[in-house]
Ligand binder design. Structure first.
Ligand SMILES: Nc1ncnc2c1ncn2[C@@H]1O[C@H](COP(=O)(O)OP(=O)(O)O)[C@@H](O)[C@H]1O
Ligand SMILES: [Mg+2]
Length: 279
């Protein structure tokens, strides 16, 4: 199948022009047990951006993702989700998908059944769902694996199934929480390259949590570095490199420079963690 041609996100996301996908306005989160997950943060992610969140454990990356997914509610502040570039809406709706570190597949169902799950939940008739499932499997390079069971797949392939399941609803926003963290580096690089290409062709806004400096630099249009105790935004780094990005970028001096800059920012975020907002 051929992906519909879309404008290059790197062009579409010029900050002054791109409409927001989500606006996070003075949002903080205190959990029921009194733990402060996040101090008030402001962040706008534009449509078509690929934003990575990186920072020490406990800095609120997953909390922020859960807020954006509308899985939890802010203690204070508010979030605005935009759709189609025009309408401001109070909730993200169905065009948002999440991928976690664990592929969370149903072991008793075939790959195609796992990918079809969101469509089944939406009560889409099977004959209507089937071509969508085929397309999603093709997108992640698993066209010939639909009849297999999860246990017959490698870790990388299971994660591809999880991504296909996220894409089968044709989301305009994809949230990923350390999706490739459990994979070996070679597999992770392959998945990063494929995800980057999918994102470029499809244009969905992506918010991606990672611990990997290399992965963040390779994938992102912008990296948000966070600090912990209390969880907060610490620094932003724009990655000014056109797409598609390939191995030539991975091995370039510019890539190494960005990695060094991010590495220093992370060290500073780590030192600032536990010392409040003003340090
Ligand atoms: N449901 C919860 N109840 C209480 N505290 C929580 C809950 N979820 C997360 N936290 C706390 O909020 C902080 C941020 O957690 P989290 O967002 O998971 O960080 P990260 O994903 O960056 O490691 C941590 O101190 C964590 O222990
Ligand atoms: Mg987390």
């Amino acid at each position: 199948m051929a992906a519909a041609p879309l404008p290059s996100p790197s062009l579409a996301m010029a900050p002054a022009e791109a409409a927001p996908a989500v606006e996070i306005l003075g949002v903080d989160k205190v959990f029921a047990d009194g733990t402060r997950g996040l101090t008030p943060i402001d962040l706008t992610v534009a449509q078509g951006e690929f934003v990575s969140l990186i920072g020490p454990s406990g800095c609120g990356k997953s909390t922020l993702l859960s807020l954006i997914a509308n899985l939890i509610q802010p203690t204070d502040g508010r979030l605005l989700w935009w759709r189609g570039g025009f309408d401001k809406v109070g909730q993200p709706g169905r065009r948002l998908s999440i991928v976690f570190q664990d592929a969370t597949l149903m072991p008793w169902a075939r790959v195609e059944g796992n990918v079809r799950l969101p469509l089944d939940l939406a009560r889409m008739p099977k004959d209507e769902a089937a071509p969508r499932v085929d397309e999603a499997l093709a997108l992640v390079g698993l066209s010939s694996h639909g009849r297999l069971y999860p246990r017959q797949l490698s870790g990388g392939m299971r994660m591809r199934v999880s991504i296909a399941r996220a894409l089968v609803t044709e989301p305009d926003m994809l949230l990923m929480d350390e999706p490739f963290g459990a994979l070996d580096e070679f597999t992770r690089n392959r998945l990063d390259s494929d995800l980057s290409e999918l994102w470029r062709l499809r244009g969905f806004t992506t918010i991606f949590v990672t611990h990997s400096i290399y992965e963040a630099v390779f994938l992102s249009t912008r990296i948000v570095v966070m600090a912990a105790q209390p969880g907060r935004l610490f620094r932003e780094i724009e990655i000014d490199e056109p797409f598609p990005r390939g191995d030539a970028f991975r091995t370039s001096a510019k890539f190494a420079d960005y990695c060094r800059e991010l590495s220093v920012a992370l060290m500073e975020a780590s030192l600032a963690s536990g010392r409040g907002r003003d340090r």
